[in-house]
Design a protein around this ligand. Structure first.
Ligand code: FES
Ligand SMILES: [Fe+2]
Length: 358
């Protein structure tokens, strides 16, 4: 994949977007799988799935088969889900087990990835059963999430998250103790970066989200960028008298913060719930977005109105993203320019992406 079509500059007033081919060429996704998805922290499941020793689940990181497991000694492990014998996938779904057994010829592995037994394999030369181990990866939990990094050299999760835990705490919220409440999935006919670009700016609010625009104080809307993430500050506007509103009775402190963590994880922090979005490429022009809602414990789950309102906004974003993907395929479009006031978050993403690809 030829990367010469983009020359990165930190100067937002002179910067362009990444070229259209980066969104439309299938070779770009192949490069991104190796240099972006395999080298960044990826949300693969819930900490509750591997709370007990002996529990495991299978996952996939941009085509790389992975198992996350809690070994008998309580350690959390992530390792390749590809059998060392003749490459069958080993685990599927989730569950509890003492060993993971390969469904092909029955080799079994302990939950730390070491080979437990290989039937009828005596007499094989230059092969040592005790040396056979599924290659390990780094795994961490953060609140309700399990994140895995395929690459051994990437920066630690705490460095990538930076001040996010503190900023979340500053709103009186915390990721620890979050309780899962609901999940929605949407498949969108666009490149995964079209969806991420769209998430990273509030510039499209007045034209594309009239309902949401009425709720927010757009003048104060702002995007702050950090090393590996950005945050969007979106204060909810107090209701005028007699006005019908989604947030009819705004709390005293009604701020919301939206975090995006490179490349594809979003965390939306509200006073009464937190939601996550994970954006996964299914192909160069097809994207799965997974929305999950969590509450701060106690009481009921997330309100149905909250999910319905989010769904309305998501449908508006889907229409926009699918129209953009078709526009990017046009022979008349290559690159665009940024609003200095409103699109610094998109520019920041393009710089991080370019850095990861080279
Ligand atoms: S491929 Fe797993 S035991 Fe043969
Ligand atoms: Fe939007």
């Amino acid at each position: 994949m030829d990367l010469t079509g983009y020359s990165a500059t930190r100067d937002l007033a002179r910067a362009t977007t990444i070229p259209a081919t980066w969104y439309t060429d299938p070779r770009m996704l192949e490069l991104e799988k190796r240099r972006v998805f395999a080298r960044s922290w990826q949300v693969v499941g819930h900490a509750s799935q591997v709370a007990e020793p002996g529990s495991f689940f299978a996952a996939d990181i941009a085509g790389e088969p992975v198992v996350v497991a809690r070994a008998a000694d309580g350690e959390l492990h992530a390792f390749s889900n590809v059998c060392r014998h003749r490459a069958s996938l080993i685990a599927s779904g989730c569950g509890k087990a003492n060993v993971l057994r390969c469904p092909y010829h029955g080799w079994s592995y302990r939950l730390d990835g070491k080979l437990h037994a290989a039937p009828e394999f005596d007499g094989v030369k230059d092969w040592e059963a005790s040396a056979v181990c599924l290659p390990g990866m780094r795994a961490e939990t953060w609140g309700p999430f399990v994140l895995v990094n395929v690459d051994g050299d990437a920066p630690p999760l705490t460095e990538v998250l930076g001040d996010i835990p503190e900023q979340v705490a500053g709103l009186g919220c915390a990721v620890d103790g979050l309780r899962f409440s609901a999940r929605r999935e949407y498949v969108i006919a666009c490149n995964w970066k079209v969806y991420v670009d769209n998430y990273l700016e509030g510039y499209h609010l007045p034209a594309a989200h009239p309902g949401l625009f009425r709720e927010l104080d757009y003048a104060q809307y702002r995007v702050d960028t950090y090393r590996w993430y950005s945050s969007q500050y979106a204060p909810i506007r107090p209701a005028r008298e007699g006005e019908k509103r989604q947030y009819a009775d705004p709390l005293e402190d009604n701020r919301a913060l939206y975090f995006w963590i490179f490349p594809n994880f979003m965390l939306n922090v509200y006073p009464d719930n937190m939601s996550s979005n994970v954006i996964l490429p299914l192909g160069h022009d097809r994207t799965l977005t997974i929305f999950e809602w969590f509450t701060y414990g106690g009481g009921a789950g997330v309100k149905p109105e909250t999910i319905a309102f989010s769904d309305e906004i998501q449908q508006e974003d889907i229409r926009i993203c699918e129209a953009v993907q078709r526009g990017l395929a046009s022979s008349f479009y290559d690159k665009g320019r940024f609003s200095v006031r409103r699109e610094n978050g998109v520019h920041h993403f393009h710089l991080l992406l370019d850095e990861a690809l080279r």
